[in-house]
Ligand binder design. Structure first.
Ligand code: IFG
Length: 522
């Protein structure tokens, strides 16, 4: 080694020493601010380092594990510059490598759980199913500094404290809803949101595809629904819709992140966009005008016309072709212009149509006024007595109580966007509730999970939507994943504070609630 390069090498190792000394080398895994909070964390007090020699090892030939390994590499390489490769040729991992592997059967972990074991030599994620490995990967991201979430090269050491995390979700349905009918959001915007949800282990995206103000999915047998019904939105803007290909692409993108898409076609109310597109769907047999306001409850399909049921059958047939998931959402809310004696047989018949296409029904809690199929799900939003009727009929309940989970509600009276009819939902209020005890007659075993709906009357682009979605989404992710016994606002708010830098690094324009002492930039 030349004289000068000895000097250079000495200088750079001194710099590294200084940097290491002053940067807090992480050695205590129990201090990691993971959201959702894992079921158990055991620290072993050392440090694992990712270096240029690190790679990601996955079992030979397992396609979905290879894609999870590639997902991790794609998240880490731009910011760390470590050029991690996915190795799937059966060679063994060495020091500083990551290993994703399926276990022989760790019953406690279930379908979505994982074990993350970090030593000074190896970072290993084990799970019964590929979904668990994907969730372990999300935890690995959060064990690294916030800078790892940027897409530009960051200086620094990429160190992870050693220890073991055993983790698995409380509820199997951990969802968000996006209303793309009031204001249209592009497929690209929705894919960005899918990625954001995946980082917090959420696994269902309910898309509210139709309403009074817009029809947002191409239906080839009824083309005017999208062409005319999708041509505007609240406020009169140009609206839009997803072609079948764009919708299929969102479904695929979501599935790669273990997120199931549930499409909703709201009916018999909230149907003005369809009524404006086809005269024959109207009781008057005259097409309604397109609507760009935010009133609700004024529209109804003609529940007595056979054309209506052909429409419903065609729409759900075409959606079934594009929906690998088990559910179709039939809406059913605020049908104030449909007589109850007409609403009930309509919902009963729509349930039969959905079943005939091999899918199960989810509907807003009013559907419990009809005769529910036992595998139907009642989405509790407004009336507990409806949800309780659902329980009495053997249906499961999806908890979306408007007073706690409607994140189109303002944080407080100063909020720039949002509504306030269900009350204000500051970050602590949105976190401080337990789905299993909120309504005494709705027991833990009746509940399939939780979902936070973002209705889009007052937001029309990604920045505005993120103002209402974040940071509250992180709380719903934790409510769906972490056992209530492990949750408390005082402890959560400290972890949440450290996620400000992560949300920033992910390019999310979140609301800096004063209820959280956001960490200074790392
Ligand atoms: N209720 C309506 C939504 C939306 C919402 C806004 C349901 C099930 C009020 N129905 O919530 O369409 O307008 O907060």
């Amino acid at each position: 080694m030349k004289q000068s390069s000895i000097f250079t090498a000495a200088l750079s190792s001194l710099a590294l020493l200084i940097m290491t000394a002053c940067s807090t080398t992480p050695t205590d895994m129990t201090k990691a601010n993971i959201i959702p909070k894992p079921v158990s964390v055991t620290a072993t007090g050392e440090t694992f380092s990712l270096t240029r020699n690190s790679d990601i090892f996955v079992p030979e030939g397992s396609v979905d594990i290879i894609s999870t390994g590639q997902f991790l590499a794609d998240k880490l390489n731009p910011s760390t510059g470590l050029d991690l490769q996915v190795i799937a040729d059966g060679t063994k991992p060495g020091k500083g490598d990551i290993l994703l592997t399926l276990s022989e059967g760790d019953a406690e972990l279930g379908e979505e759980g994982y074990e993350l074991e970090v030593t000074g030599k190896l970072l290993k994620i084990t799970a019964n199913k590929p979904a668990g490995l994907f969730y372990g990967v999300q935890t690995v991201r959060q064990l690294l500094p916030a800078g790892v979430e940027t897409t530009t090269l960051q200086e620094g050491l990429w160190e992870i404290p050693t220890g073991t995390i055993r983790d698995y979700p409380d509820y199997s349905y951990r969802g968000m809803m996006r209303d793309v009918a009031r204001h249209f959001f592009s497929a690209d915007d929705i894919k960005i949101f899918i990625d954001q949800m995946a980082a917090y282990k959420m696994n269902v995206l309910h898309l509210h595809l139709s309403d009074d103000q817009g029809w947002r999915i191409e239906i080839t047998s009824w083309p005017n629904l999208a062409i005319h019904g999708g041509s505007t939105q609240v406020g009169g803007g140009e609206g839009g819709y997803y072609t079948r290909e764009q919708y299929a692409d969102m479904v695929k993108y979501a599935a790669e992140r273990y997120i199931t898409i549930i499409p909703e076609i709201d009916m018999p109310g909230h149907t003005n966009a369809a009524l404006a597109s086809y005269p024959e769907l109207n009781i008057s047999r005259k097409a309604s005008e397109l609507y760009t306001g935010i009133k609700v409850g004024f529209s109804t399909l003609d529940t007595k016309s056979e054309v209506t049921y052909k429409f419903v059958d065609d729409v759900f047939r075409e959606l079934t072709e594009l929906t690998p998931g088990p559910y179709l959402h039939i809406g059913g809310d605020e049908s104030h212009s449909t007589k109850l004696e007409d609403y009930i047989p309509f919902v009963n018949r729509v349930q039969e149509i959905v079943a005939a296409h091999g899918k199960m029904v989810i509907g807003w809690d009013e559907i419990a006024l009809a005769t529910l199929k036992p595998n139907s799900v009642v989405q509790y939003w407004a009336k507990a007595e409806n949800a309780i009727k659902g329980v009495q009929q053997g249906a499961k309940v999806l908890m979306s109580p408007s007073k706690y989970a409607y994140i189109d509600m303002k944080y407080d009276s100063t909020s720039v966007y949002g509504l306030n009819w269900a009350g204000y939902i500051e970050v602590d209020h949105g976190y401080n509730w337990d789905p299993a005890t909120l309504v005494p007659e709705i027991k833990r075993e009746n509940i399939i999970g939780i979902e936070a709906p973002l209705w889009a009357e007052t937001v029309s682009n990604r920045t505005e939507a993120e103002y209402l979605l974040f940071p509250r989404l992180l709380g719903y992710a934790e409510i769906g994943w972490t056992p209530t016994a492990l949750r408390s606002w005082d402890e959560y708010r400290v972890r949440l504070a450290s996620h400000g830098a992560r949300l920033e690094a992910m390019g999310i324009s979140f609301y800096r609630s004063a209820r959280v002492e956001w960490d200074q930039q790392e």
